[in-house]
Ligand binder design. Structure first.
Ligand code: 8LH
Length: 473
């Protein structure tokens, strides 16, 4: 069926007719039951392969009393213990540098990438040549669903170093035979140069994090360029929530006049685009189950939750031979629905995208609050100036929530009464939206630092407060 095998073997010269909606029509529209049967077969193949090649998996599954031959249904597969990021880090400490879950000989590693965080021991991603080709194929296939076609220009406005997001887009864009423009981001002054290049080159599509897209628009305006002059039609967003938050998506669509498409799983899960929106829907992200098998699970038991429920994604590679991830726990939060997705593909989908991380949730006066909920509220206000911060602190025995919001230039210039109105309106909307009273401070436009990559907007200084208290006793 349309070259579906493990290990994958794709015809690298295949390209659908540009008028075709689906890259692999059969695979994308097949009966979900038949697809699940084929996925099970793939899972058994990947597991047998990993068991034979990787001490990491053999030891982990032996300990759990599980053998690949035991997996006779997708329900059996739910009993396979999840892999955590901590285990991957420990495996790389044990067997430097690639870890004992590398399933190909070291000299066949074709690309090396790594976690892009700045703290803690980094984790290395190693990818074989065949895998890299299959990643390009998968991303081209998914980018086809975004409306990108051979010959279109794809501008990559994201970091080109450890962050595999940018490289994954490049692989897909090259496989698609698009015009790849690997511009990058993050260097001093680069954003202003990006604005000038975008005006000049007028790419059909751009890739960025939502935070960076907002920053780029501000810088463009400082350069006296209206972002609509870029002529962008498709904006691919990944890396953080935003592309599926209506307030952010609408704002980006309005600023750029482009269709915003949310996508993204995790770097370890490259081809990381296996959950992605598309040109035919505004509804979150479709799960390309035949590339990466997605389960949305209860975060404690890691058993699948029913469609319509919230849980955490658990991912399994069906096309990776170098470092296949088999039930990798993401720590993200989402809600899933059974297919067919609104675009006609018979995959399940995430109507609200990935809307937070379990460990980003904070409790304040017994209410669970997600930073993305606050973002959706404040960024949805027309008076919002483009950035905010959430500060959780402790005054006496009480947790306090402070939200600093930049006002738009118009509101700020209008003076004290307009600023006071914004403060009161934001406090009311926050109380209504998250159920917690927040103290709002209105700041001048452009006060807060802008993100060149993924934004960090929450400061929890309760630990600082606790340590100060301890020092005093
Ligand atoms: C997201 C989203 C999204 C990622 N909506 N949260 O984006 C490309 C991949 C390469 C990436 O960002 O990988 P990385 O650096 O490992 O980060 C993964 C985390 O980023 C993921 O667990 C989410 O928390 C977040 N993320 N894409 C919401 N579209």
């Amino acid at each position: 069926m349309e070259d579906w095998s493990f290990p994958p073997a794709y015809n690298s010269s295949y390209l659908p007719d540009p008028s075709q909606r689906f890259w692999y029509p059969k695979r994308e529209t097949m009966d979900p039951g038949a697809r699940e049967k084929a996925i099970l077969e793939r899972i058994r193949e990947v597991m047998a392969y990993a068991y034979a090649k990787a001490p990491f998996y053999k030891n982990k599954w032996d300990e759990a009393g599980i053998h690949p031959s035991h997996i006779r249904s997708l329900e059996d597969f739910e009993k396979v213990p999840v892999v955590t990021k901590q285990e991957l880090r420990a495996a790389q400490e044990r067997a430097e540098p690639f870890g004992d879950y590398l399933c190909i000989p070291e000299n066949e590693v074709h690309r090396v990438h790594g976690t892009s965080g700045t703290t803690g021991r980094p984790v290395i991603f190693s990818i074989g040549k065949n895998d890299w080709d299959a990643i390009g194929n998968a991303h081209a296939r998914i980018m086809w669903s975004f409306g990108i076609r051979p010959g279109d220009m794809v501008f990559i406005g994201a970091l080109f170093s450890l962050y595999i997001g940018s490289w994954g887009i490049l692989a897909g864009s090259e496989r698609m035979r698009a015009k790849s423009f690997p511009f990058g981001a993050g260097a001093a002054g680069q954003t202003a140069i990006a604005a000038r290049w975008l005006k000049l080159a007028k790419p059909k599509a751009i890739y960025n994090t939502p935070s960076y897209a907002l920053h780029l628009a501000e810088v463009a305006r400082e350069e006296k360029i209206d972002p609509r002059e870029f002529g962008i039609k498709i904006m691919m967003c990944s890396g953080e929530p935003g592309g599926s938050i209506p307030a952010i998506r609408n704002k980006l669509e309005e600023i750029y006049g482009a269709k915003v498409i949310d996508c993204g799983t995790m770097a370890e899960m490259t081809p990381w685009m296996s959950s992605a929106g598309n040109s035919e829907t505004d509804l979150g992200m479709v799960l390309w189950q035949d590339i990466v098998y997605h389960e949305v699970c209860d975060p404690k038991t890691f058993m699948r939750v029913p469609y319509g429920s919230q849980g955490t994604p658990v991912y399994t590679h069906l096309e990776r031979t170098s470092q296949p991830m088999i039930r990798l726990a993401s720590g993200d939060l989402t809600m899933w629905e059974s297919g067919p997705a609104p675009c006609g593909r018979t995959y399940p989908y995430l109507p609200k995208g990935l809307y937070g991380r379990i460990d980003d949730m904070f409790q304040i006066r017994a209410e669970n609050v997600y930073p993305s909920d606050i973002e959706a509220i404040v960024a949805g206000m027309p008076e919002y100036g483009g950035e905010h911060r959430v500060i959780i602190t402790r005054a006496g025995q009480m947790d306090e929530l402070f939200v600093q919001i930049e006002a738009s230039p118009g509101i700020y210039q209008a003076g004290d009464a307009a600023i006071a109105d914004l403060r009161a309106k934001a406090a009311t909307l926050l109380q209504r939206g998250i159920g917690v009273r927040a103290k709002v401070e209105v700041l001048a436009p452009n006060t807060l630092e802008r993100a060149q990559h993924k934004a960090r907007r929450v400061i929890d200084d309760r630990n600082l407060f606790a340590s100060l208290q301890q020092d005093r006793t």
